[in-house]
Design a protein around this ligand. Structure first.
Ligand code: 3H9
Length: 706
């Protein structure tokens, strides 16, 4: 059995300490240990109260996710544990020393009292795994906080700090000294005052007011389409809480919760989301970088360029409490960049998500400079100028001269040749890519790009710095576009081909939106601005790619996208809603005719495959070449950097769910039909299908070698 619970006696208090490092999930040994410990304490006449706490950095991180889907269960069931705790006539106190998430908070809610360390985060994040709190959380939380707060907490899945949990009534007290000692003192106080127990199941004053309040649930349901479009678990959560509010029979509520939880467990979204959870964590483990590799000491950052990317990167440093210099040679650009940063923070303050004091502290950490040499005190420098190889090479040549020995030199290039950039320095071993995604202060993804000469210490430091900056870091090899943008090329090209062949932008975009992305490729292009690519192509004398003919002709007609109200679509004054536009459609039809494309109808299913399967094939090529380490890394890139819906698990996971043999057959069909190289199946895909395997099995084999 995995994990254990230690039993100690402190006078008349039994102390149960959960020991399942690093974060104490409710694995078999923990459940059994809690069951045995509580039973023993109840049966021991010398014990008057029980304190439950966690060792290491968490109280309990929730159910053990790695056990989900296992055929046989070891140890006591969680519900048996909770039942014996809740029926205890001796008061049980949860001493929440650290993270209490999901089933962990639900264990605490089965205790009679809760005291928490001020730094302990608590929450019910199950929804992020496609689940609902299935150990009574949907029934007990509303009884403590009231219905609306409980719904917000459970549906968002966001954690809260212990002091907020105190204000909401979830915990009773915040420890002022050592949490364990304070927990034991609290137990003694309760015993001294008569050993009253207090079961949340018996409380109803916070829920009666909303009994029969269907409008409240309708309000939440209507909002789900905005916040959780396409997701299964949130509606299940609403149903659970509705039962909690509308019935007096607590056990009936628990039974309904168990049914709805089982439906979530059986749902493919649950499997996909848990894949994403583990894939994000696996991505941080680089097989040839030993865990104990000494890292470079990073205390200060430097950023070259005060544009959108540079400013966002500087905010990441400041948010992590690290001072950062931001350089721009143009005083006006620099001032504008700093103003944008201040504006971003001010918006967060106005939404109540940051205090003015904290904003001031962060702004003070961002030090603008027009003097390139000032960058030299950074332990890391991140170059974030526009995509131009010559310019980047020149900057790295200059950085090489001024940066201190041992500094990490990183480029934020989104796809240029990192080795060429590193070659401009005398220390390519200290150079790597750190590719942030826009807006850098918001997007969670960081591609760490490994150059030919990048040293293990450089790479390990960049990965670890990414974590400190709040990013999910994924290692990518140095190839054009790295992981994300190289794959994206296949997706956008196929979308562009389909509108030449007879599909409309609106049809393609709707299919992609319905699949779960925030917008389709044409709405996205309109948002970014069609003129950017058009101007870039003009500067190099144009392009003979058929896929750029339509955007180029749209630009020739002054249709630049959202910025001037017309592109692939038209936009009403001040609106971002794309509306079909006969003028754009006529351009598409004319160009398709001129290029000799036969027009035909497309089914939604075909559109989806033509857009998503290039991602899969290019992803497989990246794996085959070693430019991506795991299929899960690719999924992590797409979910965190490109808005791919986590509930389908990312493109590689999605391909597995479709059956790789089916995916291959479709690709072969498209290859035959179009002759487009993107459809030439990768050798890896062919091999996996031949062996009856999938990407998940490939990753399992890779991770097993770690
Ligand atoms: C649930 O509770 C259902 C119940 O309502 C009903 C049941 C009937 N299980 O993230 P880290 C591993 S659903 C198994 O790097 P951090 C993780 O994989 C659950 N393993 O650390 C990693 O392993 P490795 C609801 C878990 O400090 C290691 O621990 N709970 C679990 O950055 C360290 O993790 C959640 O959704 C788990 N529950 O963050 C909480 N949690 O070292 C999910 C972690 O081999 N967990 N591991 O790569 C988290 O949000 C974060 O892990 C946490 C720590 C904040 C706890």
């Amino acid at each position: 059995m995995k994990g254990t619970v230690h039993y100690d006696q402190r006078g008349e208090v039994a102390l149960l300490s959960i020991d399942n490092p690093p974060v104490n999930p409710l694995s078999s040994g923990v459940r059994q240990g809690l069951y045995d410990g509580v039973s023993r304490a109840i049966g021991d006449d010398s014990i008057s109260a029980i304190v439950v706490t966690g060792m290491h950095r968490a109280f309990i991180a929730g159910a053990d996710i790695s056990e989900f889907g296992a055929s046989a269960r070891e140890g006591a069931g969680l519900h048996e544990v909770l039942k014996i705790m809740e029926s205890s006539t001796k008061p049980i106190i949860a001493a929440i020393n650290g993270t209490a998430f999901g089933g962990g908070l639900e264990v605490a809610l089965c205790c009679d009292y809760r005291i928490a360390a001020a730094t302990a985060p608590v929450g019910l994040p199950e929804v992020k795994l496609g689940l609902l709190p299935g150990a009574g959380g949907t029934q007990r939380l509303p009884r403590l906080t009231g219905v609306e707060t409980a719904l917000q907490t459970i549906i968002s899945g966001n954690p809260m700090a212990a002091p907020d949990a105190l204000a909401m009534g979830i915990v009773d007290r915040i420890a002022t000294g050592d949490i364990l000692e304070d927990g034991i003192s609290m137990a003694r106080e309760i015993v001294a005052a008569g050993s009253a127990t207090r079961k949340i199941r018996d409380l109803d004053e916070k829920i009666v007011a909303d009994r029969g309040n269907t409008a409240l649930f309708e309000k939440f349901e209507a909002n789900l389409n905005k916040t959780h479009r396409g997701q299964f678990a949130p509606t299940q959560i609403l149903k659970c809480v509705e039962v909690a509010v509308n019935t007096d029979d607590f056990d009936a509520g628990l039974a309904r919760e168990a049914e709805l939880f089982a439906e979530c467990m059986a749902h493919p979204q649950r499997e996909a989301l848990i894949h994403v959870f583990f894939a994000e964590r696996a991505a941080g483990k680089i097989l040839d970088l030993p865990k104990d590799l000494p890292l470079l000491k990073i205390e200060r950052g430097s950023v070259v360029g005060a544009g959108t990317m540079g400013g966002g990167i500087a905010m990441c440093f400041a948010n992590a409490g690290m001072p950062v210099r931001v350089y721009d040679k143009d005083a006006e650009n620099l001032a504008r960049g700093i103003k944008v940063i201040a504006g971003n923070y001010a918006r967060t303050v106005s939404r109540g998500r940051l205090s003015q004091d904290e904003m001031d502290k962060r702004m003070a950490l961002i030090i603008p400079t027009e003097n390139f040499d000032d960058l030299n005190d950074g332990d890391v420098v991140i170059e974030a100028v526009y995509e131009n190889l010559d310019l980047k090479k020149e900057i790295f040549g200059r950085l090489d001269k001024i940066m201190k020995a041992g500094a990490l030199l990183a480029s934020n290039t989104s796809g240029l040749d990192l080795d060429a950039i590193a070659a401009a320095t005398s220390r390519p071993e200290q150079v790597c890519g750190m590719h942030f995604f826009s807006p850098a202060n918001v997007m969670r993804l960081l591609e760490v790009v490994r150059g030919e000469g990048s040293s293990p210490a450089t790479l390990a430091t960049a990965m670890s710095l990414g974590k400190r900056l709040g990013k999910v870091s994924v290692m990518a090899g140095n190839c054009p576009g790295f992981i994300g943008n190289r794959m994206l090329g296949g997706y956008t090209r196929q979308a562009s081909m389909m509108i030449l062949e007879g599909a409309t932008p609106a049809q393609v975009d709707k299919v992609i939106y319905d699949f779960g992305l925030a917008m389709g490729p044409f709405a996205m292009n309109d948002m970014v601005g069609l003129d950017l690519g058009w101007r870039a192509r003009k500067m190099v004398g144009g392009s003979n790619q058929v896929t750029v003919r339509i955007p180029d002709e749209l630009c020739e007609l002054g249709r630049y996208g959202q910025k001037n109200g017309k592109g692939y679509y038209r936009y009403e004054e001040g609106s971002r809603v794309p509306l079909p536009d006969p003028e754009a459609d006529a351009v598409i039809a004319r160009v398709a005719g001129e290029l000799g494309y036969q027009q035909r109808d497309f089914s939604d299913a075909e559109i989806l495959k033509r857009c998503i399967y290039p991602l899969v094939n290019i992803g497989a090529k990246l794996l085959e070449e070693g430019h991506a380490l795991r299929a899960g890394d690719i999924d992590t890139v797409y979910v965190n950097g490109y808005g791919f819906p986590a509930y389908v698990g990312g493109p590689m996971w999605y391909a597995d769910t479709q059956g790789l043999d089916n995916v291959l057959a479709d690709m072969e069909g498209f290859y035959k039909e179009t002759g487009d190289e993107v459809w030439k199946p990768s050798a890896l895909l062919l091999k996996l299908v031949k062996e009856g395997r999938n990407f998940a099995s490939l990753d399992a084999a890779t991770n097993a070698t770690n």
